[in-house]
Design a protein around this ligand. Structure first.
Ligand code: MN
Ligand code: MN
Ligand code: ZN
Length: 287
């Protein structure tokens, strides 16, 4: 098995400049990485400069990291019932896609948003309408990956049936799923044994379809199965534990699909190295 087939990596800080993330990713031993292309907690974003784009491209080729994903801002809610927030979210999301396109980042991970009390059906309708407007305006070369969620509050996307309903009528070449292991577990999907893992994957196959899984977030969970709480823990040290990750890492159907850590970094990012090494061991053991 080649290292490339695993496409393992982590979310990396862009502090000091977007291009600096590549250096950090190499030090952590990543083959893939995820970044925010802007401050995720603010609406405003400084436009990308030509120099910034060029520095990103040259750091990328020097790093050897070919697989780069972006994650959108936490403020965006494309399912919002509030017309002003909804429009602001659409504008911000189009901007996210434009930034990805300018940086040649082919995939943007996003949260499907929260219905804020209007109910699931109305929330999904709102989201669909937003996506329609987004597709009219945004560049065509960036795939949108909807992340499954932990089921907190009125957030959409905690069940694969609902994600399937969201994906219905959305073009398969533009929309996929990013599977977050912590979120799935917190939402009540148990995959701690091989049998449970196999069941979960057949459930995903029957609902959204396995070909729709285009990225993974690999996080263990600090909180219990079905807690609805989104708290990430180091791989193997949370409530999921090593075995659940062993099944996933051993699943050849997901070779070549990027697998990204969003776990605590520790001193100088040392924990990324530890978590990635453990995932590699689990993969090797299962093959
Ligand atoms: Mn996320
Ligand atoms: Mn995630
Ligand atoms: Zn999370």
């Amino acid at each position: 098995m080649s290292e490339g087939a695993l496409l393992l990596g982590a979310h990396m800080s862009v502090a000091g400049g977007l291009h600096l993330a590549f250096h950090r990713a190499v030090l952590a031993g990543c083959q893939a990485m995820q970044i925010f292309t802007r401050n995720a907690n603010r609406w405003e974003a400084k436009p990308l400069g030509d120099e910034e784009i060029a520095a990103f491209a040259s750091s990328r080729s020097a790093s050897g990291i070919t697989c780069v994903l972006a994650h959108d801002s936490y403020l965006i809610n494309l399912a919002s019932p509030d017309p002003e927030k909804w429009q602001r979210s659409i504008d911000a999301f189009v901007l996210e896609l434009e930034r990805c396109s300018a940086l040649s980042i082919p995939q943007l991970v996003m949260h499907p948003g929260a219905h804020m009390g209007q109910g699931e059906v109305a929330g999904i309708a709102r989201l669909h309408e937003a996506f329609r407007l987004v597709l009219d305006r945004a560049p065509q070369d960036v795939e949108i990956l909807i992340e499954n969620t932990a089921g907190q509050g009125s957030y959409l996307g905690a069940s694969f049936e609902q994600l399937a309903a969201i994906l219905e009528d959305l073009p398969p070449d533009r929309f996929g799923i990013c599977f977050d292991s912590c979120h799935a577990f917190a939402a009540g999907y148990d995959f701690r044994s091989e049998e449970q893992y196999a069941e979960l994957i057949s459930h995903i196959e029957a609902s959204v379809g396995l070909e729709r899984i285009r990225a993974f977030h690999l996080n263990d969970s600090l909180k219990d199965l079905g807690s609805g709480l989104d708290r990430h823990e180091h791989i193997g040290r949370g409530r999921i534990g090593g075995e659940g990750f062993a099944s996933l890492m051993g699943d050849r159907r997901f070779d070549g699909v990027p697998k990204i850590l969003e776990t605590p970094k520790g001193q100088d990012g040392e924990m990324d190295r530890v978590n990635l090494e453990l995932l590699r061991q689990l993969a090797a053991r299962a093959r």
